[in-house]
Write a protein that binds this ligand. Structure first.
Ligand code: SF4
Length: 252
């Protein structure tokens, strides 16, 4: 019994030490110098045992979770270095638009143009999204809110990796919580499958209403996909017409 208690205590010590080191790497707080000099105790099997447990032992509120406005959330995210995508970014792409938007668009992550300009959906694909909003829906880009699942550009435009999504998605959830849009349009396979925790192809998910955080979600194709497959624009237009009807209350 006593040996179990000691083992629990050792695990606690290792877990706390790692937690403090992670905070330091993330720029969240400094370790006392004496702590940095102390060697990490070696405990057989500690790595395996700690893999899941330290998360629950020292889980802390996500960065920015206490923000009351988008500005506060952006300030809390700051020069975020919580995941490895920070190393390749030029700008962190937070999101843009009306903080009280009824309609929100969520894409995958910043591309090259977005990374350079610090704004989501600005290149050719961004122009197509702007056309959908303005010419298709009769709205202004400033009427809606546009964000991505991850805020920093993945290298060579690869898909964000699971650990990157897991680290960054709380920021998106907080944005949605602050904006409380009536409808979210999920843009493209990656964003939609991430939001819905689904492996179903986007071609099957699109055009049907789903829910994310209790909010109506309409999946559709990503504008970049439409640039390569312009024949599918008519499918996106069908999806967008459903969104327009919903915003107008015609489906109530
Ligand atoms: S992708 Fe998100 S979690 Fe990763 S560094 Fe950028 S803001 Fe932080």
């Amino acid at each position: 019994m006593e040996s179990n208690d000691n083992s629990e205590f050792d695990l606690l010590v290792v877990s706390l030490r790692r937690h403090l080191q992670r905070r330091q790497r993330a720029g969240l707080g400094l370790l006392p110098k004496a702590e940095q000099r102390t060697a990490e105790p070696t405990i057989n099997g500690a790595n395996e045992l700690l893999r899941d447990r330290e998360v629950e032992l020292f889980a802390e509120p996500a960065q920015g979770s206490g923000a009351a406005t988008l500005e506060e959330l952006r300030a809390a995210i700051g020069d975020c270095r919580l995941c490895k995508l920070c190393s390749g970014r030029t700008n962190l792409v937070f999101g843009v638009g009306n903080p009280r938007a009824r309609l929100m668009f969520v894409g995958e992550g910043p591309g090259r143009d977005e990374d350079r300009q610090g704004e989501p959906f600005v290149g050719r694909a961004g122009q197509l999204l702007t056309d959908i909003i303005t010419k298709g829906m009769g709205l202004k880009r400033e009427d809606v809110y546009i964000a991505n699942v991850v805020k920093c550009r993945p290298p060579d435009n690869r898909n964000p990796e699971p650990d990157e999504v897991a680290t960054c998605e709380p920021f998106l959830k907080k944005q949605i919580d602050l904006i409380r849009p009536e409808i979210i349009v999920g843009l493209g396979k990656f964003a939609v499958q991430t939001l819905l925790q689904s492996k179903v192809p986007i071609s099957k998910l699109r055009g049907n209403w789903h829910r994310y955080l209790g909010i109506k979600l309409m999946p559709t194709f990503h504008p970049a996909y439409l640039l390569r497959n312009p024949a599918d624009k008519k499918l996106v237009w069908e999806d967008i017409k459903k969104v327009i009807k919903e915003l107008q209350g015609e489906n109530a």
